[in-house]
Design a protein around this ligand. Structure first.
Ligand SMILES: Nc1ncnc2c1ncn2[C@@H]1O[C@H](COP(=O)(O)OP(=O)(O)OP(=O)(O)O)[C@@H](O)[C@H]1O
Length: 561
């Protein structure tokens, strides 16, 4: 929320005086503009103006007071006794209304930035602004007025997202054909809390944003991939979101590339992630790119991306081995970090701590691996100077004063979901589609424009977004769509203290200053290992030659942008 004067605000589209819930005898002027909701209070000749920014609003509802609530779909949980003056969603016709109350209650749900106790820790906080329409003598007249506000606000929110939601969305909450969200939840991801996290933290937000969704809980590995391969994804124009770790998103992306309509899906259907895994590298990278206070509440920040519906482009990398082609969004690794990733799986129950504990163990029994690494460097003019890196952990604070009209509530209710039903597109065996390669085949040598290094390596690891995991800022200069693979090479011979400095520095990006760590932006690479473990997006693949090439801006990902 910002405090501002009238001249900062564009001319209002709607303007009205409201009786606010918490101060029934005080009249406030409320203006709705392209900037957001401007609330103006005049007292003792002084005008106080506050604006709730449009990008902080995720939804709104018109409600009516009902006599009982057994069948209602929604009511504010702050009212714990359902029979005691409940408020109902006006669209629900199955309740008895309190005819003596002709007012319509208009709720606006916003998640505003708030200063934390420690100045570096901003956080988003839920705010419900309640406006009561009661200027007409009849309920339906008040409803008409409230609906006008609702439709206008929804229209403005959609304009913010560059018209990504079909116009029919605004006609009625029932007309959302083909505009559902598909949620794929891995109940086994991370420490096994994805189901609880989704129900308690994400569903209330989807409800406030009036996003209807279809939930699929995976039952086994590769379930998500085969679902995405077979399902009619055009029913989910709102997007596809995984509630899980990076591994489940990897399955979704690779499932899409097994469809003949992969190209249209990549360009038109947004993908998203609610972080419930142990690494959560992409969710953190998206928040980092938008300066969002992720660490305070990772699930809220990520779920708000989905509720807002805004998206940004994300690079993918096409990875080819002798046996398979994979589409990767996070990393390729060989050596120390891959070993930690794979071997620490046995400590999955302790969450992300497993990576730290296993890194220390690997440092004690340090190994190096023989092989060859070749790469095509990014053209010099595309490079960004390393000096430009400015640790973004310290972020500017937006002032926000506690509001006289806000209702902050941690609790809410949620809609139940229907059981799964799939529409099969094809019964044929799995066939790979997706972008083809511009590189020479693995059986041929790399072109002369490439650089090749043969020898012993402690680690060879490449990342495309900034973070490999929540607390691992591997490629500080990376952007989500910079067209770069950020390749890090450490050759054998590095001292243990320097390697320790490298591993510790991964948490804030200072590892790039360790002299033995070469960080090279490339557009393609080839690894020819003789031993060790190879990983793609943190998952082990068969040891053997591997080559990779960047696919710039290949998919759309939910992000505030
Ligand atoms: N129901 C299930 N039971 C067992 N395994 C599953 C199930 N659903 C998916 N999987 C597999 O679990 C793997 C890991 O899942 P996911 O990425 O969600 O969690 P994670 O490994 O804890 O998180 P991260 O990838 O961020 O470290 C996936 O690659 C998938 O193949």
């Amino acid at each position: 929320m910002t405090e501002s004067f009238d001249e900062d605000n564009p001319s209002p589209i709607l303007e009205e005086s409201f009786h606010l819930v918490s101060k029934k005898n005080t009249v406030y002027k409320v203006k709705l503009s392209e900037k957001g909701l401007c609330l103006q209070k005049r007292y003792n000749g002084i005008t106080k103006t506050q604006t709730v920014l449009l990008e902080d609003i995720i939804g709104c509802r018109c409600m009516r007071k009902g006599l009982y609530a057994q069948k209602c779909k929604w009511r504010p949980r702050i009212n714990k006794k359902p029979l005691n003056n409940p408020l109902q969603v006006e669209e629900n016709s199955s309740v008895l209304w309190d005819d003596s109350d002709i007012s319509v209650w208009f709720h606006i749900y916003a998640y505003v930035m708030k200063k934390g106790k420690v100045f570096t820790q901003k956080k988003r906080e839920r705010m419900v602004i309640t406006l009561r329409f009661q200027s007409y003598e009849r309920y339906d007249e008040n409803l008409n007025k409230a609906q006008k506000w609702k439709v206008t606000l929804k229209y403005l929110m959609n304009s913010l997202h560059k018209g990504s939601i079909p116009a029919c969305y605004f006609l009625s909450s029932d007309i959302k054909i083909g505009n559902k969200l598909l949620v794929i939840l891995n109940p086994k991801s991370g420490i096994g809390k994805a189901r609880d996290i989704f129900q308690s933290k994400v569903v209330p937000l989807l409800d406030e944003a009036e996003i209807s969704y279809h939930l699929h809980c995976t039952t086994h590995a590769h379930d998500a991939q085969s679902l995405v391969r077979k399902e009619n994804l055009w029913r989910y124009m709102r997007g596809i979101v995984v509630a899980g770790g990076d591994g489940i998103l990897f399955e979704v992306i690779n499932g899409i590339m097994e469809r003949p309509d992969w190209s249209a899906i990549c360009s038109q259907i947004k993908l998203g992630i609610i972080p419930c895994g142990s690494g959560n590298g992409l969710a953190k990278s998206i928040a980092h790119a938008n300066d969002e206070p992720y660490d305070k509440n990772p699930v809220l920040v990520s779920a708000l991306n989905v509720a807002h519906g805004n998206s940004t482009q994300l690079d993918l990398v096409r990875v080819e081995t002798k046996h398979q082609v994979l589409f990767s969004f996070l990393s390729i690794g060989w050596g120390l970090i891959s070993d930690v990733d794979i071997e620490s799986e046995r400590l999955r129950g302790i969450g992300s701590q497993r990576f730290t504990i296993w890194s220390v163990a690997k440092l004690i029994g340090l190994r190096s691996y023989k092989g060859r690494i070749s790469y095509l460097p990014v053209a010099a003019h595309q490079l960004i100077a390393q000096d430009d890196f400015d640790a973004r952990s310290v972020v500017s604070e937006d002032e926000r004063r506690d509001s006289f009209y806000s209702v902050v509530s941690k609790k809410s209710t949620f809609l139940s979901v229907a059981s799964s039903s799939y529409e099969s597109l094809a019964e044929d065996a799995v066939k790979l589609y997706g972008p083809t390669s511009d590189l020479p085949p693995l059986s041929q040598s790399v072109p002369p424009s490439w650089t090749s290094i043969e020898g012993e390596f402690v680690l060879v690891h490449a990342s495309y977004p900034t973070h490999l995991m929540t607390d691992c800022l591997f490629a500080p200069l990376a952007k989500l769509d910079d067209g770069c693979i950020w390749l890090c090479i450490i050759r054998a011979g590095i001292s243990r203290p320097h390697l320790m400095q490298f591993l510790v520095g991964l948490s804030n990006g200072s590892h790039v200053k360790v002299p033995e760590a070469e960080m090279i932006p490339v557009t393609a690479l080839r690894i020819e290992p003789e031993s060790g473990q190879l990983t793609v997006d943190g998952e082990a693949i068969n040891l053997g030659p591997l080559q990779a090439e960047i696919l710039p801006s290949a998919i759309k990902i939910f992000a505030r942008g």
